[in-house]
Ligand binder design. Sequence first.
Ligand SMILES: [Zn+2]
Length: 271
Amino acid sequence: MSRPQAPSAPAATPRAAARAAPLVAALIATLVATTAAALTACTAPVPRPAAGFTLRYERPAAPDRASHRFLRDRRTAEHALAELDALLSLPYEVAVVARSCAGEGSGYDPRTRRIELCYDDLPEERDPFVRTGHPDPDGALADVVGETVHHEAGHALLDALGLPAGGDRAEEDSADDFARLMLLRAGPRGEAALLTAARAHELTAAEDGAPDPADEHAPPAARAEAHRCAVLAAAPDRHPDLATPSRAPCTAAWTHTRTTWTQAMTPLLRR
Ligand SMILES: [Zn+2]
């Protein structure tokens, strides 16, 4: 006995099928994309806000193009920030922004937690080395930029640690100490960079005459001497030429400074 056949659906005409085909393909594509997105959403880590030091370069003003190129090519800031991030875990992002500052000067702003690294600082930092016949003014400039990045990072750390500044000058001195600490951690390469930065301060002192009373930093000659004192204390065997009777207290002073900073930043140390 044959079974009654169910009525079949009317066959689609070839033209209707042709019209439906793109629609079906689009529906399938949408379904596949939606499923893939849902799977990705389930498995991808939830993005967290950036923390630590980040770096970006703004487009330079026309006169600063060479300085912008110098910073990008030398990667001095990148190297300094990599050392900082390897050592420290900041609870939030501190953005380092390389930019044209129109003479404002590099600095850290606690309101925005931002370090500005100014292209337009570079020529005036390089020129004294050129004028005094330094064999490698670009290398010297890179050392000075590295010192600046570490100094400003010192301000950012004082802020992150909530350390009482104790006055503008005290905060500047602490930021300088932090820069010394970071550079001296790098061994001979950092010692050389710190001595180049000392030379830069010395040249500034010689060219500018009396220190600017409005400047919150230590006078340039004092900064130069403090750099050399720290280098001598950190590596006396490599720098016997720095040993003078007036620097006899350097070892004890630097040991105290290094211990103080290291203890202060313990909450942020990665290890
Ligand atoms: Zn400062």
